[in-house]
Ligand binder design. Structure first.
Ligand code: GCU
Length: 137
């Protein structure tokens, strides 16, 4: 099963801007979340199998304060994912979360929960990790 992924700069951004001034990102840039509660990046992952998936968020956080985000799938099942400091804005690391995806388009929204906003967001990857519960015909 191939990895499903979307670059943050191609996702739906609310209260954030695409930038490219810190090296090491994939694609053409990354999203700099505005430093406010509620800034968000909504990725679309189109799965060909439903079931439990591991999400991998690639990010950088050049501060020493965690930048947690609330992750939902199609607006439901909120879980908080921690994005601690990576040491520099050019040092990119990953954090993971497990979610259930359905066959077809899934809207995975990562919303900042603190006044610092989210981390700089590079991309999201999803991989099926459980038995598929449904398959596309
Ligand atoms: C700096 C950095 C940005 C980052 C911002 C922040 O301005 O250059 O890439 O997004 O800090 O604290 O969110």
């Amino acid at each position: 099963v191939p990895a499903l992924e979307q670059e943050a700069e191609n996702a739906t951004i609310s209260q954030g801007v695409v930038e490219s001034n810190h090296a090491g990102f994939s694609g053409t840039g990354f999203v700099n979340y505005n430093n406010v509660v509620g800034s968000s990046v909504e990725y679309t992952i189109t799965a060909d199998q439903g079931g439990e998936h591991e999400l991998t968020f690639r990010y950088a956080n050049g501060t020493t304060a965690d930048r947690p985000v609330s992750v939902t799938v199609d607006g439901a099942g909120a879980q908080t994912v921690s994005f601690p400091g990576t040491g520099a804005w050019t040092t990119w690391q990953t954090r993971t979360a497990k979610v259930t995806l359905k066959v077809g388009a899934n809207k995975i929204k990562a919303t900042a929960t603190t006044a610092n906003g989210g981390p700089n967001a590079d991309k999201l990857t999803a991989v099926l990790v459980g038995p598929p519960d449904t398959e596309a015909p």
